[in-house]
Design a protein around this ligand. Structure first.
Ligand SMILES: *[C@@H]1O[C@H](CO)[C@@H](O)[C@H](O)[C@H]1NC(C)=O
Ligand SMILES: *[C@@H]1O[C@H](CO)[C@@H](O)[C@H](O)[C@H]1NC(C)=O
Ligand SMILES: *[C@@H]1O[C@H](CO)[C@@H](O)[C@H](O)[C@H]1NC(C)=O
Length: 250
């Protein structure tokens, strides 16, 4: 019995040391699209609306094996609206913020379920006319809008680019008045275009029923119907949160 245990230990040690040559796998796609990760990785180059040159250093080692600790232990410093993230109602409404409509209260039934990925015309922002022209079928509750932002690879540039495509105030109002869409996803840091930053956000967030997911990675996924799974962190008191989103076939 003793010998058996020692053998197991030796195996464990030798396999863990041989693993040190392994190259970690980073993937967007699992099994030919069965799962498609539509979340951007966080790196120092991740764009952030209010930072001129992106996220910068966001991990700090508090304990380090190089410094004699038995373990590595890092701390994360992350703006809530960096990379792929979600907005809670308190982002654009002071009263909702104070009442506690934070990331922890976002409805997981809205953030998970059937979702349509659509391409919008590349020469316009998302106006009421554009929304109308998309002919999104009645009954669709979750829509991810792919725009010129994806073609321009804006999420891969550390510098914030205010010329991104987003909703106008009237475009947002059209969606609220004429559809049952409760999850609005987009491929840059804001669902609202620069000129309508406050107006469009306030239209969407007013009812507290629509959830805005921003900074999605929608390259290399075909338009169409999927099941989306988005999970924010349960950050109490936060007007947004980093979010992990995947699309699954069917
Ligand atoms: C973290 O731990 C590894 C061993 O697992 C060690 O080689 C490395 O130096 C540590 N990183 C730092 C920055 O100390
Ligand atoms: C390691 O220790 C040195 C000396 O105390 C310190 O200057 C350095 O910041 C430490 N680095 C880490 C990663 O803990
Ligand atoms: C969308 O609107 C922004 C300003 O809000 C503008 O800079 C950009 O050029 C517009 N994009 C398109 C494709 O019309």
């Amino acid at each position: 019995m003793k010998i058996f245990v020692i053998c197991i230990l030796a195996l464990a040690v030798s396999s863990s040391s041989s693993n040190s040559n392994d190259v970690p796998v980073r993937r967007d796609d699992y099994d030919g699209g069965v799962i498609h990760d539509i979340t951007h990785s966080f790196t120092p180059n991740t764009p952030v609306g209010i930072y001129p040159n992106g996220l910068g250093k966001f991990l700090t080692l508090l304990r380090s094996m190089k410094n004699g600790s038995d373990y590595n232990f890092s701390e994360l410093k992350l703006p809530l609206h960096a990379g792929t993230h979600v907005d809670a109602p308190g982002h654009f409404y002071e009263n909702y913020f104070e009442q506690g409509f934070d990331a922890d209260t976002l409805d997981l039934r809205v953030l998970n379920g059937p979702a349509l990925l659509v391409d919008v015309p590349r020469d316009k922002n998302i106006t009421a006319e554009v929304m109308k022209s998309l002919n999104i079928p009645k009954g669709v509750r979750r829509v991810l809008f792919r725009t010129l932002n994806t073609d321009r690879r804006l999420m891969y540039k550390n510098e914030f680019d205010s010329s991104y495509v987003g909703f106008t105030g009237a475009g947002a109002q059209w969606l609220v008045d004429n559809t049952g869409i409760k999850l609005v996803g987009i491929d840059y840091l804001s669902v609202a275009s620069t000129d309508y930053l406050t107006a469009a956000h306030r239209v969407f967030l007013k009812s507290k029923e629509i959830i805005l997911v921003e900074g999605l990675k929608l390259d290399d996924v075909e338009a169409g119907l999927y099941t989306v799974h988005c999970l924010p962190l349960r950050l109490v008191g936060a007007e947004g949160s980093p979010i992990r989103c995947v699309l699954m076939k069917g």
